[in-house]
Design a protein around this ligand. Sequence first.
Ligand code: ZN
Length: 329
Amino acid sequence: MTISPFSRRDVLKGGGAAALLAMGAPLLSGPLSAKAPKIGKQAPAHFRFNLDDYEITMVSDGNIVLPTSFEAKNVDEAELKAFLQSYYLDPDTHTSQVNVCLINTGDELIMVDTGAGQYFLDSAGKLVDNLAVAGIEPEQIDKIILTHGHPDHVWGVIDDFEESPRFPNASYAMNAEEFDFWTDEDAVNKVPEMFRSFATGAMRNLKPVKDKTTRTKDGTEIAPGIRVIDTPGHTLAHQSVVVERGGKKLLITGDAIHHWPITFDHPDWQPIVDMDAEKAIVTRKRLMDMAATDKMIVAGYHMPFPGIGRIARKGQGYQWVPAAWEWNI
Ligand SMILES: [Zn+2]
């Protein structure tokens, strides 16, 4: 028999393929073969779940590609490369996802960090496009919590084409010390030379929203069940976010936990981007202990997309456990 009486549309809708198989016809052969071009691009966009009555959406800003030599300045290069290869990772280049977390409380839409904007790296700065795919317009965001002043977290505050806030109706919340550090006219002289562009970019993005920014400290409540906690070390006064609803706890780490798998297996390894390496180690151990003890759901800004998982103890260290459907979150 032939399948000519059916149009392609008829075949595709209503279980047409199964019906044809039952009739003994070949499955979509000849003129019915797909002619779509290969796309060739990876594009993780968003991932959504509920934390009791709050809706959480993880939205990708793209990714950041850095040399792995940035990841552990106190470790022998051969040891670092062998460790990365044991996880099937590239020994020379690390591709770090950028996962922005949004919380819809029903009253407010709150976002944590703003992505990297247009000028940091071509592979990042996709947040607004991916927000649109997730059904969110920039005008709908009411509050933005900033974890710290690094480019991939604050360079998305200002739309560099329009030279105006990218999220026009949002107010901001940032640790007071952290905000003062990056908006000090002398900030460029307070960071190592290789990070001077970080300081000029932070100034360009933070100063215009100074009047819209609430200056926070450890424990400041942002909305019911949402508070910031001090997690210093990666930067001077880095903060993370804890969300508690209906007995469930979500920890939004920012960069206090920031490399899979190094942070977990080797929390003592020192990434070059930690401003105070010793303090950063103390902080991430404390944070991982808290997350494991309290069985918190963890939103990791730089974990593999979508950046949702839990942290379990493993030997002397920890392990990242990616979210599973069985969790029913
Ligand atoms: Zn970061």
